[in-house]
Design a protein around this ligand. Structure first.
Ligand code: COA
Length: 407
């Protein structure tokens, strides 16, 4: 019996900032961001979007398409949690009207957690092939204004339906892991931006790739030359190219720069316009590959490398199923990206510095998103989510509720 990804969809926040605009304000050559990092735009959250609304928006097409009855587990991967106790998936459960008889849990290990969720989901489906698992990864990458990491911010969510006899990709048994306790990137509970040693994190990523690959080979993984395509965790596009160059060298292949970028081009596309989406990034990369590669990938194996700072790496592979093209949402994803609103630098900084209510005082959020679900208010320390179709009067209220008056 095969298990794997039967359906997949992603959601990009409604606002974005051009990295050329950011470069202008930071006094940088735009090519540092466009060519040096391989990024063109970064997703910015409107005030009424967060990981929950992005997750519900990403998953909506999957449940609208095949219903919710068979989904009995929801695994929500994120490092941008909105609550220390309650799993963000519970809000999604209500918004999407999911089955009452199901388990829901949130997973965290930096950008890696969605891969752990995928592996657990496959094991659950193998145990009971009648049931399906909804895996959602949703994250917001925040490093701080005028820091080296600023140009590698972004956000996004991806949802995957994991089933037996999947229509898109089946999971190979082999996988290789590597873990080591290091401080390359972390975010203490009292901070809303990450702390990062950027150069060290890139080195740690490549080290984890090497050892995960070696472990993948030892567990019966496919040889490098037999993998038709590769998907890498993408903190920024150029990192994927660095990783592929490294993996080729480990396997004694000398690839030209052109060969490397040609091999990865289709998988880098979506991330280039939304930026880093942490746990979601690898799977948005995979979706970009499936929807934009010009070759027929039916029956072809894809190698995937997942990395989460701190650090855990995993190399694994999946096989593309014949006829996968019939289930593509390429047009919807392109439309969504095209309909986003470009914001200027001032609006970006206003949203970045938005003061959230931390004292229980009511904060009603104006409608900004064009998405299907939104954060309507924070009231008595509770986040109030709503389908956009149910909005009544919120748009007349000011979002600039300051926390200063709370105490
Ligand atoms: N034109 C073209 N390329 C340019 C350029 C220009 N005008 N100016 C600089 N570059 C290139 C640099 O040569 C470099 O490429 P290289 O890495 O291939 O040598 C790249 O652009 C980035 O420049 P650099 O000076 O190294 O950037 P930085 O030190 O300001 O920040 C990161 C880069 C990635 C370290 C930083 O964005 C960061 O900390 N990001 C968050 C952490 C992260 O993403 N980690 C990755 C692993 S998870």
């Amino acid at each position: 019996m095969f298990v794997g990804i039967d359906d997949i969809s992603f959601y990009a926040s409604d606002f974005y900032l051009s990295l050329a605009t950011l470069a202008q304000h930071n006094g940088k050559d735009p090519n540092k961001y466009l060519q040096g990092l391989g990024q063109h735009q970064m997703g910015v959250l409107p005030c009424d979007e967060d990981i929950v609304t992005m997750a519900a928006n990403a998953a909506y097409p999957l449940v609208a398409n095949k219903g919710t009855d068979k989904i009995r587990t929801l695994l929500f991967a994120t490092e941008s949690g909105v609550d220390q106790s309650k799993a963000a998936g519970l809000y999604v459960h209500r918004l999407l009207n999911l089955h009452q008889n199901m388990r829901i849990i949130e997973l965290k290990q930096a950008c890696y957690s969605a891969t752990a969720a995928l592996q657990m989901a496959c094991a659950l489906v193998e145990k009971n092939p009648q049931h399906e698992v909804l895996v959602i990864a949703s994250d917001v990458a925040r490093y701080g204004l005028n820091t080296p990491g600023e140009a590698t911010q972004g956000c996004g969510a991806v949802a995957m339906r994991i089933t037996a006899q999947p229509r898109l990709l089946s999971m190979d048994a082999a996988c290789g892991c590597y873990s080591e306790e290091i401080m390359d990137f972390w975010r203490p509970n009292y901070m809303d931006t990450a702390l990062v040693d950027g150069k060290f994190s890139a080195q740690a990523y490549l080290k984890a790739l090497k050892y995960s690959w070696n472990d993948y080979q030892q567990t019966g993984g496919r040889p490098f030359a037999s993998l038709a395509r590769f998907c890498y965790h993408l903190p920024f596009g150029k990192m994927g190219e660095k990783a592929h160059r490294k993996l080729a060298l480990i396997n004694k292949f000398s690839l030209t720069e052109e060969e490397i970028s040609d091999t990865l081009l289709s998988s880098l596309l979506y991330n280039r316009y939304i930026g880093n989406s942490y746990a979601a990034s690898l799977y948005i990369c995979l979706l970009s590959l499936l929807e934009n590669d010009e070759s027929d990938l039916s029956g072809k194996p894809v190698g995937l490398f997942s990395y989460g700072s701190g650090c855990v790496g995993e190399f694994f592979s999946m096989e593309v199923q014949p006829g996968y093209q019939a289930f593509s949402r390429k047009q919807q994803h392109f439309d969504m990206l095209e309909k986003r609103t470009e914001i200027d630098y001032q609006r970006y900084t206003e949203l970045f510095n938005l003061q959230w209510s931390t004292c229980g005082k009511e904060m009603i959020l104006p409608k900004q998103t064009k998405g299907r679900y939104r954060l309507g208010a924070i009231r008595n320390h509770q986040r109030i989510y709503e389908p956009v179709s149910e909005i009544k009067t919120t748009s007349k209220v000011n979002m600039n509720t300051q926390t200063d008056n709370c105490y």
